[in-house]
Design a protein around this ligand. Structure first.
Ligand code: FDP
Length: 345
């Protein structure tokens, strides 16, 4: 235990470190306050008038549930109470420019993993806080390295807030009786020796040879080059997978693959891959596309996708090595197997 420091007291301390930290603290507090309301809403399921039924598609074509829409409204309502130069959400077509004199911008994925809501599985809210550039229309075209803070909330058996302000990763749990988050884990580090991997294996036939080679090594276990057995997990909820990796180590892959529209994987750079990569690196892990560090990428458009391979450092490194393997690289560019070759229309 950590002496039950509340998030409020934690943010008070952090906000005293400078005027920008004060603004960042206000944004984190707004997201956390919204999360208390969202935790209540998601926990009520069919007792609530919004229970996770699909209602249409968002501006980028993803299936949208009534809870996606409601959580977006809740978060934006709390964020509207503080000075923000620009706000972006998975549920918005374009970023909204608000107060050009404000010092920060906020990107959110209001309800990540929402396709799990109807089966009562963990879902979450992801957020990324960036400095406001002189031209606020460029707010969400910055590299991930520019992030001032990032975090996510998981709505599961417990409601947890995972947070980094660039000084390590701390985890808070919602004390429902007290109505506030309390610090439960400070300075989280990703375990090095973990042997769990997470990938949607139904896409195997679409993967690049490097990804296939890595997963084959894991599956081969003690009989293969890894010389040890692995276990597999796939929750289909990025926030839950990230919390598991922060807790037990291991590696998560949502790589690029050959399905139409999946050339950069599935996850969105600005409000999914960037904040998760920042958190993972702050916990001593790595986050890569397989070829480059995720935090070095800058989005060309708000809903741009990026491959995300993250977790225990040496496993991510192994996957990067395989992406550089000359034999595997040659097999990608061979005409029969190339992305746009004979078998990849
Ligand atoms: P969801 O669409 O349910 O919001 O962010 C997208 C995401 O969930 C991730 O949380 C999850 O890791 C991934 O999609 C699951 O994708 P697949 O269904 O392709 O496995």
């Amino acid at each position: 235990m950590t002496g039950q420091l509340t998030l409020e007291a934690y943010l008070q301390r952090y906000s005293e470190t400078g005027p920008l930290a004060l603004m960042v603290s206000a944004a984190i507090d707004a997201v956390a306050t919204a999360a208390v309301e969202i935790a209540d809403l998601t926990s009520r399921g069919h007792l609530s008038e919004v229970s996770g039924v699909a209602t249409g598609h968002n501006s980028d074509g993803d299936l949208q549930h009534d809870l996606d829409v409601r959580t977006d409204e809740i978060l934006r309502r709390y964020l509207s109470r503080i000075p923000i130069a620009a706000v972006a959400s998975e549920e918005m077509r374009e970023a909204e420019i608000r107060d050009p004199s404000a010092k920060i911008c906020v990107a959110i994925d209001p309800l990540d993993g929402s396709s799990n809501i109807d089966i009562n599985m963990t879902v979450g809210t992801i957020f990324s806080i960036l400095p406001a550039p002189d031209d606020p229309t460029l707010a969400f075209h910055q590299r991930g390295t520019a992030q001032l803070a990032a975090g996510f909330v998981t709505y599961g058996p417990q409601t947890s807030l995972v947070l980094t302000v660039g000084e390590g990763v701390d985890i808070f749990t919602l004390d429902r009786a007290a109505g506030c988050f309390k610090l439960v884990r400070r300075g989280v580090r990703i375990a090095e020796g973990a042997d769990e991997f997470a990938i949607n294996a139904s896409n195997r036939r679409h993967w690049d040879p490097a990804v296939r080679a890595f997963i084959d090594e894991c599956v081969a276990g003690v009989d293969g080059p890894a010389n040890r057995d692995f276990n597999m997990r796939w929750i289909g909820s990025l926030v839950a997978e990230t919390l598991r990796i922060l807790t037990r180590g291991g590696v998560f892959l949502y790589p690029s693959d050959a399905r139409p529209g999946y050339g950069d994987g599935r996850l969105r750079l600005v409000y999914e891959a960037h904040p998760i990569a920042f958190i993972v690196e702050q916990a001593g892990g790595s986050a890569s596309t397989g070829r480059e560090r995720v935090l070095e990428l800058a989005a060309q458009n708000l809903h741009q996708r990026a491959p995300l391979i993250m977790g225990t450092r040496h496993q991510v490194q192994r996957i990067e090595e395989l992406h550089c393997d000359p034999l595997l690289v040659a097999s990608v560019s061979a005409p029969l197997f190339a992305r746009r070759g004979f078998f990849r229309l």
